[in-house]
Design a protein around this ligand. Structure first.
Ligand SMILES: Nc1ncnc2c1ncn2[C@@H]1O[C@H](COP(=O)(O)OP(=O)(O)OP(=O)(O)O)[C@@H](O)[C@H]1O
Length: 205
């Protein structure tokens, strides 16, 4: 088992969002998170990625294993596409820059400043970053936003290859990626509603 969570209770801005959630993720497995807007998918992924702590419950297997791609692309605007990948390869001790460029058809853009890319091109660069991390578990929040049909297919192919090489993926998406995956519907784990105070537990929204 690569990753497991037991009896997770999660909150956002001090308000309970998810209660009593368990799941496991094995090598070679993809788990698609489903649930309506506001159900807590991002909150769960942020928690698994270590960006916030659970209110209670345990997460096993996450240490150093996870590459997280959230709503922001996490790219360095003043570095070129290739330099962005080199930067992340150095941070994670990974490599395979050319393979990452190939996977998302980024070779023609390799020397462009990342800040000058279109939204979909930035997203392709953000996703190609996963390939140079060498991390076995991908935790992805709406990875296909801004992607055209061809780029969605590139992403699905990258996920399939990652799973085939023994990796695993936890993906929140509203679209059908046509990958062999199980679905984790978090709607049944919605915490009892309480009055929202208007607070937030994040420094930057
Ligand atoms: N920064 C924040 N501070 C306080 N509450 C927040 C914050 N971000 C989200 N929330 C609230 O936490 C709950 C869960 O939000 P979350 O983003 O995890 O849902 P989601 O399932 O990812 O939604 P979506 O499908 O719309 O992306 C929602 O009620 C949301 O309004």
């Amino acid at each position: 088992m690569m990753l497991s969570a037991q009896n997770l209770t999660l909150a956002r801005g001090g308000v309970p969002v998810i209660a009593g959630l368990d799941f496991t993720l094995a090598a070679g497995q993809a788990l698609i998170l489903r649930g309506p807007n506001g159900a807590g998918k991002t909150t769960l992924l942020r928690t698994i990625a270590g960006l916030q702590a659970p209110v209670s419950g345990t997460i096993s297997g996450a240490d150093d294993a996870i590459a997280y791609a959230g709503h922001a692309d996490g790219i360095k605007a003043m570095l070129s596409v290739r330099e962005n990948l080199q930067f992340w390869a150095q941070v994670f001790g990974g490599g395979a820059i050319d393979a990452a460029l190939d996977a998302y058809a980024l070779h023609p853009l390799a020397d462009r400043l990342a800040g000058t890319l279109s939204a979909g091109q930035k997203r392709r660069l953000g996703l190609s970053r996963l390939l140079v991390t060498g991390c076995p578990v991908w935790v992805l929040d709406e990875p296909t936003v801004s992607l055209d049909v061809d780029a969605v297919a590139m992403f699905a192919a990258a996920v399939r290859a990652h799973l085939a090489s023994g990796g695993a993926a936890l993906i929140a998406t509203h679209i059908d990626l046509s990958i062999d995956a199980e679905v984790l519907d978090i709607k049944p784990f919605r915490a009892k509603p309480v009055h929202f105070s208007g607070a937030s537990d994040e420094a930057f929204l």
